[in-house]
Design a binder for this molecule. Sequence first.
Ligand code: HDE
Length: 716
Amino acid sequence: MEHNKKPSPDQNKEEQYLTTNQGVRINHTDDSLKAGDRGPTLLEDFHFREKMMHFDHERIPERVVHPRGSGAHGYFQVYEPMTAYTKAGFLQDPGKKTPVFVRFSTVVGFRGSPDTVRDVRGFAVKFYTEDGNYDLVGNNMPVFFIQDAIKFPDLVHSIKPEPHHEMPQASAAHDNFWDFISLMPESMHMIMWVLSDRALPRSLAMMEGFGVHTFRFVNDEGKSRFVKFHWKPVAGMHSLVWDESQKIAGKDPDFNRRDLWESIEVGNYPEFELGVQMIEEEQADDFAFDILDATKLWPEELVPVRIIGKMTLDRNPDNFFAETEQVAFHPGHVVSGIDVTNDPLLQGRLFSYLDTQLIRLGGPNFAEIPINRPHAEVNNNQRDGYMRQTINKGRVNYFPNSLADGHPKMAPEEENGYVHYPEHVQGPKIRTRGEGFRDHFSQATLFYNSMSAVEKKHILEAFLFELGKVETMDIQERMVRLIAHVDADLSRQVAEGLGLDPLPDHDIQQIQEDLRAQRERIWQNRKTVERSPALSMENTKKDSIKGRKIAILAAEGADVEQIVSLKNALKAEGAKGEVVSTRLGKLKNLDEVKIDKTFTTTASVLYDAVYVAGGEDSVEKLRMQGDAIHFINEAFKHCKPIGATAEGIKLLQTSSIRGVNLNTPDDSGGPFDDGSTSDNGVVKADSYSGDFFTAFKESIAQHRHWNRAKKDMVPA
Ligand code: HDE
């Protein structure tokens, strides 16, 4: 972990005295300088005035979007030279480690808002390459709400808390947002993503990332290809459920931030593979989407994702403000071999990100803040301005010059001088968009059709939550009509849930005919797919339990061996077992096992799975504890794996879980169905064994067990 750690001043060294900012040692900091012990404070108290002045100015404006974020350091390595496609230096040598800093964020909530709200997640990566900084400023969803940057201020105003009373916080569930969306059909594809489980990542290490826009790769022959960037989490892709997300927002508002921090501290480094989709210039018109439209993705089944490297996050920041808060990303920070396109959303971003740093970081010298400083040498004639750090030497600060022999000089292309791709551009000055940009629904429908039944159900529930909070019926009705353009059945279910009349059949038929005619007109026979399995999280790999947290319920008299065995087995897989009991300390017979949390300090929503250890006395105590029973019920309702061995099974019998076969020799007749064949992630055994662990591990790797038919009957 230490290998790429930068030296930073250690304020707490033994020999260190407290000083003023001028370096004067301080001899007393608990009382201000006064005229007499009950007299007024004196203006000459330089220590008090300096300390207070600094404190008064500690806050800087938070980011207007993405204010809540969490950062991590790491490195990137390419798997194979990408020379044929790009001359970008950091994509050539598999032996080279390029340092990175990543900032994950939510978009809407203020800096102190909870992590687990329904929102897009920012996924911004700064590569400190030898040829200068490259920023891949992406999101965890591959498309965006709007097609043209000029609509961004409207979008953001509508989703932020309403301006008269500043409510709601970190939520889209209010009239302003849905008013705007109901009038912006281009947003429907993104809306489907935002209402899907993708908006509720279980961990920042368990979500995908996307560059969103189409960029260019340019090789050293000057040949350009269109490219889309993907990050694929090595730990697989997993989400929370909505009820859980809302509860976590109260129980642990730092849930995702804590998970990232703790994973890195214990050496469970988050890893993401970098993937690229490439389209040849000549093929750009082959597909039923406009490659410049950021509300469209390139289905992986049409344009495969090629995995080209891996990013590992292995070091936590030393100081949140200095690094995570002051880091400044910009999609225009590109290096030779990577270039932009005419996507009108990207073009607007190319202006916005520099501009925003002027207000946020207070001036044009933010590139000199340590976290933003390139590792490549910086040499130019820019000078002065607020907070200038560099002490430039010499008299020459202009180009061309003869007094410094023309230095710093221009770099020819062979020496990596950045040359913009010489795309031919010509056209009338107009405020309009390409024809293909008018197809707002094909991919919204593609996304919905690619979901599993459970994912579809979650989208419906999300619509009912969001639109259920909308108070203006006109807005709800406009949304019902818009949703009918995506899926007629979904629209009907939303209408029913909101207590509105569904659209009449002839309206639905008309909508479908109009859409069909539009698609034929715009796309003719261009390539498309009906379904894209890659879009469903159900199809993500589920072979690892790395990074998962398992609650171990135990009380006095619990079977120590079972607990220790499980904890060790989990640790070996990169997962963590935490003992949860009625109080802190150690259980009397469990000297080796510390209790990590109590039913007061934690809750089932903070874990991926729960295990009940055996031991007659322990289980008897837990059976008398409403909190322990609620823990099981809630985990069951959220479809989490539940494990129990020996007497631990009795706690499951006492709970309200249903539809699971819990017959044991000592079945005291819990309220569950007999004869059920599938236990759906409830793993139990008469004694703890390797086989039990293997089965439990597999069920944790599955993450959730959606087919618990009777889970809605469970009170939790
Ligand atoms: Fe941003 N965005 N954005 N955005 N964005 C900012 O820049 C903006 C968009 C994204 O962790 C701001 O430094 C416009 C898409 C991330 O520091 C600001 C438009 C994508 C972050 C800004 C977009 C993003 C930002 C606010 C529409 C995914 C956080 C603070 C044209 C590809 C970076 C800042 C961090 C932050 C403008 C749309 C990603 C105001 C005008 C699309 C991850 O400049």
